[in-house]
Design a protein around this ligand. Sequence first.
Ligand code: IPM
Ligand code: MG
Length: 355
Amino acid sequence: MKMKIAVLAGDGIGPEIVEQGIKVCKAVGEKYHHELVFEEGLVGATAIDAVGNPFPDETFELCKSSDAVLFGAIGDPKYDNDPKAKVRPEQGLLAMRKKLGLYANVRPVTTFRSLLDKSPLRRDLVENVDFVVLRELTGGIYFGKPQGRSEDGNTAYDSSVYHRYEIERIVKLGCEYAMQRSKRLTVVDKANVLATSRLWREVAGEVVKDYPELTVDFMFVDNAAMQIIQWPGKFDVMVTENMFGDILTDEASVITGSLGLLPSASIGKLTSVFEPIHGSYPQAKGKNIANPLGTILSAAMMFEYAFKLNEEAALIREAVMQSMEENYVTEDLTRDNPRSTSEVGDWIADYIRKK
Ligand code: IPM
Ligand code: MG
């Protein structure tokens, strides 16, 4: 098979971790005789510095003409500390999501046997954790208008907006996922306070009627945040709006032992994007210490979702698992002889080649 992959490394540790993702893809390509073509595009603060736009048109065209996008991370402290900045790196990520119509962000949360003791939660709580969060990605408070400041600068406002069709399509996807898994769906909202959440509850209630085999739970987000920590093993598929999904998945990543481990797939109308859920970790930039596994596992999701190559995806996951079994991991996961970002990437690529 021949595939063209757009590589948007972005900011901070983005380039270092994406390099490991590419190594691993190349090893898979050699082993299974796929022709993989990688083409780089600018995004985020790096793109603002280069061309003044965090998601330039050329990058959009590159994404559209590719079979998948492998994405690193976005964000730079120089913007975080400047609330008056007119353009921000994160706008690049949001523009990409909107323009590519990436309405569903799939974030699997699974624990790895060899890392059970790295979790801040008790071993018996995290042993069988295996759930997936479907985060709505192109609506809600991230995109709602009006958004801004009053003329005197003393008032600021954001709007959370959801249309029925946006809720329908993601809840439907949640139902399809749950049907393939343990048939349990949790719809997370804040229907006791928010109008958008009440629409979510109404629409979700209608959509799930087509899936009578499912056990459906409606849960307020504050309660969900608590239960994710208290009984993480009870969840199967969780579907929620944009900002709740953002927050709950960072929380959920802690269960696995490191934020650096969680991959994601953003799927929608045009090319799908595969990216780790962590941020640009600017403190580690250029130090070759960041954990590349979230990106490598995102590459596994790319083989599975974008190319329908399950065997290739399974081999990547096996290699990642094995690197953990052998404690060949970065410093976020071990104090005992931690390996560098590139060493972990090399180890996994070698494992795949030799297998
Ligand atoms: C994520 C990130 C982004 C988000 C940021 C970088 C804009 O936190 O993908 O979870 O909030 O969606
Ligand atoms: Mg986030």
